[in-house]
Design a protein around this ligand. Structure first.
Ligand code: ACO
Length: 329
């Protein structure tokens, strides 16, 4: 029996940095409002013509270099995203070609902000079963493609980006991924969604007139559920593994709002110094926040071999999840 472990972690964000001050020039908002209500100072926006698979490919190329392997060694690619390049072919197929992973198959996974954890849990099972030895798990979103630039309620919250990890089997004595806990509650769907463009409301002049191809959300409702949901999945996974918050070396929460992160952290009783908080620079990159957090923490040597890492998320669906792992790099 194999366990899965992360053997490389990388991320990529587009070059263009958009500050709160930039947004305040075109929207009825201010740097002060955005900073105090969300913790965001700036975000990265993709260039026109840039796609989710471009961001993902850039992240994967860094990862392959880091691990020192050729793309042809990859067996499987899972791309968590709500902003695929198009409905089909999948972004995983587009990415497979872009990176030259000619021996890999792959698929997209739609779990909104929880997509990366869903994908990480799924990929870990392919390794755990012995089916595959090298699985790429990507979280990538180009949120600016589905935001209404006139809507100050949503436009200020998001950024574009991609993160990726490589999963491989553990060696004897290594733990790697220890446990995961995934949930969804479809009754929360109405609070956060993009209603147009699917089979229910295919694109038409009417769906465009009704502004249905952009993110719609009830921010206050999402906020309340997010704090409860993220602390709940975190507490539950620790409890069932007979661990407490002081055992955790690094907490990598989904980055939606600094107040959601702080409230969940406080409920968990975690020290602030153990919490990854990069929302100030990247905003909410949806499926990419957690792999960006991992990639950055690895790059900055904040992650150390043997660390117990807790990942937790909450997002549209509602979806939520947590995952515990021992860092082995
Ligand atoms: N600039 C200035 N004023 C604004 C802005 C803005 N960008 N946006 C809203 N306001 C106004 C509102 O119109 C409202 O004015 P009113 O009182 O005159 O009606 C006032 O500010 C307060 O609005 P609230 O919605 O109560 O503000 P709140 O403190 O709840 O913050 C926010 C709003 C930031 C959206 C918060 O609710 C939130 O973060 N919710 C979670 C949503 C989220 O993160 N979604 C992302 C995807 S899901 C996920 O990743 C977990």
């Amino acid at each position: 029996m194999y366990r899965a472990k992360i053997t490389a972690a990388a991320y990529h964000v587009p070059d263009r940095v958009v500050t709160n001050h930039d947004l305040a020039k075109v929207l009825d908002t201010s740097d002060e409002w955005i900073r105090t209500r969300t913790g965001i100072r700036e975000r990265h926006f993709a260039a026109r013509g840039e796609s989710t698979s471009d961001l993902a490919a850039a992240a994967v190329k860094k990862l392959l270099k880091q691990r020192g392997i050729d793309a042809k060694e990859i067996d499987c690619i899972i791309v968590a995203t709500v902003t695929p390049d198009m409905f089909f072919p999948s972004t995983a197929c587009v990415l497979q070609e872009k990176i030259g992973a000619s021996n890999a198959w792959g698929f997209d996974l739609s779990g909104a902000c929880s997509g990366f954890l869903y994908a990480l849990a799924t990929g870990s099972q392919f390794v755990h079963s012995g089916a595959y030895g090298k699985v790429l798990v990507v979280g990538a979103d180009l949120m600016t493609s589905i935001l209404d630039p006139r809507d100050r309620n949503t436009y200020i919250l998001f950024g574009d980006g991609a993160g990726v990890v490589l999963l491989e089997p553990t060696r004897p004595g290594e733990r790697g991924i220890i446990d995961f806990l995934l949930r969804c509650d479809g009754s929360g769907g109405k609070y956060l969604r993009m209603p147009g463009g699917g089979s229910l409301h295919p694109a038409s002049p009417d769906t465009i007139r009704r502004n249905m191809h952009v993110v719609h959300q009830d921010g206050r409702a999402v906020f309340k559920f997010a704090v409860q949901g993220m602390s709940d999945v975190s507490e539950s996974i620790l409890r069932r593994n007979h661990l407490c918050s002081s055992d955790v070396d690094l907490f990598v929460p989904h980055q939606a709002n600094i107040r959601i992160i702080d409230a969940s952290t406080e409920k968990l009783g975690l020290e602030q110094s153990k919490v990854v908080r990069n929302i100030d620079r990247f905003a909410n990159t949806t499926a990419a926040t957690i792999p960006i957090g991992l990639g950055e923490s690895y790059e900055d040597r904040r992650l150390k071999k043997g660390d117990l890492v807790l990942l937790a998320t909450f997002g549209a669906g509602f979806t939520s999840g947590s995952l515990l792992l021992r860092w082995t790099l």
